[in-house]
Design a protein around this ligand. Sequence first.
Ligand code: GAL
Length: 732
Amino acid sequence: MKKCCRLLLTCLMVLLFSAVSLCNAGELKNSANKLEPLEWMSIAPGIWKTVIGEEDDLRLTDLRAAEAKVEALQKMPEVKFPLNKSECKGYVFDGKAAVRLPFGKNEQMYGLGLQFEGMNRQKNVYHLRTDTFNGNSHDRIHAPVPFYVSSEGYGVLINSSRRVSIYAATAHGADDSDIPPRRDRTTDKNWQYITQSSHVEASVSGPGVEIIVFAGPTAMDAVRRYNLYNGGGCLPPKWGLGFWSRFHSQWSADAIAEAADEYAKMDFPLDVVGLEPGWQNWAYPCDYTWNNDRYPDPAGFIKKMSQKGLHVDLWIHAYLHPKSPLYKPMLPLSGSHMMYGGIAPDYSLPDVRDKFSDYMGKTLVDIGVSGLKIDECDGGDDVIWPDHAMFPSGLSGERMRAVYGLYLQKTVYQMYRERNQRTYGLVRASNGGASGYPFVLYSDNYDHSCKLSALCNSSFSGILWTPEIGRVREDDDSIRRMQTVCMSPLAMLNGYSSAAKPWLAGKKGAKAIQDAMQLRMSLLPYLYSTFAEYYFEGTPPIRAMSLCEGYEDKIQVVKGKLNDMDNPYAVSKRIDKSDQYMLGDSLLVAPIIPEKDGTSRSVILPAGKWYDFYTGKFAGEGETINVKVPLDKMALFVKDGGIIPMIKPVQNVASIKDGTKLTVRHYGTKAGSFSLYDDDGKTFDYEKGNFAWIKLTASIDGNGKMTGKAETSGNYKPIYGKITWKFMSLEK
Ligand code: GAL
């Protein structure tokens, strides 16, 4: 009898289980049925959007610095929608809005923000979020930009302020017809856990999501369109491109003035003096009031710096101490949770932005502060600031963390803009849509290779990154890092805790660092024009090699670990070097990492001939070369026909006088041209057309002789005087 009961019970359970399974299968089928083709709407030349479910109330592009640059987009090649529309699908199910887009077997995916490792992003899953503590992961980064760029020449933005999950060709739909051959794990050593699928899937938790597709035809064009859609890249003030030094947090105004003088005496360039938390009475949380023991006369100090041609930048974060004059007015406008014991104002509210700007404008900007370093705006990980935190605007902690850095950039940028004054600053967290903001991401916590990957990867995502250095010792590592710093969007030594000075690298090291810093100053005309290209055409100043012409066929294709060459679905990755990059149109930078390479390294030269920057000698042609680079030099190469306008090294931008002589270097044997840009370097008058272009052209005449010419156009009188041409590869 007992046995019978047990049998009956088992049968009942089996029946129940089958019923549940059937029911689930029904639901799943139902959800699969919801996978619907998408309607695409053209929103700018070569740019289309679709909305799955409901329009989101806060998209990343709502926070961009300026409207799309439609005229510049119109000048780009005419293009068709780059994807097969019938394969683009989406649905909303159980509180998640999802999209599925085609992705070819040989396609490579780049981007997804400030990534610190490698460049190929396919065959991974990302749940993109900002994070303070753990930068060395794919998911938790300071700028989790949900924008990917394909090697096939298009880009896709998941335009959401929610946490975006991206399944980069890892997820196989139950309705996929193109699936990998099934293998028996017991007997087939080529069985694999992840096989490449034929699409990218992305989702957010929310009622809907907007997807924007940017056409090419090249990957670089897709990046350009993305930057132009976001208002164009930023154009920093000229001084921002000089050298920055941040001084010890506990130093007084006198100690800092003395250190700044030392730079001049020792002949090391300096444009920006960075004050760390110690300028305030309270920091962590902040009170935004000057500490009068260390700074008895802030306005006098800033004036003194300015008389020496120096600009002052102040460290802040957003979280307010009860002693701050902003505390009371911001209290009702702040979130439900504290950071470092301070309230977190809701910067999505115009009232909060106004209150900040009024106060900071009067107390800091109007006495001469040139910019801010906005630290800690990544919401401190959910350990401190939980996902479920509430902000008065209705944003949750999770969403606010994604956009906090963007809102702070917007606030500070507007505060300066209202004064027709350009700023350049630092920011700890950013996201999509940020191209137009003059802020550079940073973090002192990474090794040299990670910093290089971040430099390369930032170029896909409309963000800038400085590989800042935190200490200087008598070792090769300090010299090499400092050289990389000098070839980046913002050249900075951050001595906030180490009290580092660039000459602390020993006699030989100090000389090598001085050379690198002075080379940066000499390159200012080239750098500034490179940023103008970012502003007007959307081309990023730092460029990963895979964005550059003639590089594509240099990328090695390797199949997965299992060496399963016959299996098209096997995990294959192209080895894209994320340790070399282009700075502007012509200069290839290949930093040396001493612990990895000593003083030598291999460099992949894209198609065409390349020349050594220092000597003009032929270096190679579309090949991988091995170079040995002494400590006082960098591995720098210029492409055939490349033109680099330079000035004599200066102490700082303020000491560049009207009529400054320009030396224009030409490399190789090919004709070439360069558009040299100039304007006042400090206001927004360029938006009204107050700028000049000097078209520098090198051509070869009938006798094979090379000549250079310069033609100036525009409404501004450029600062440059006599122009001397130097044909670097011909004069030997
Ligand atoms: C860190 C930042 C450093 C320095 C420090 C001051 O968050 O990375 O550069 O500013 O704060 O406390």
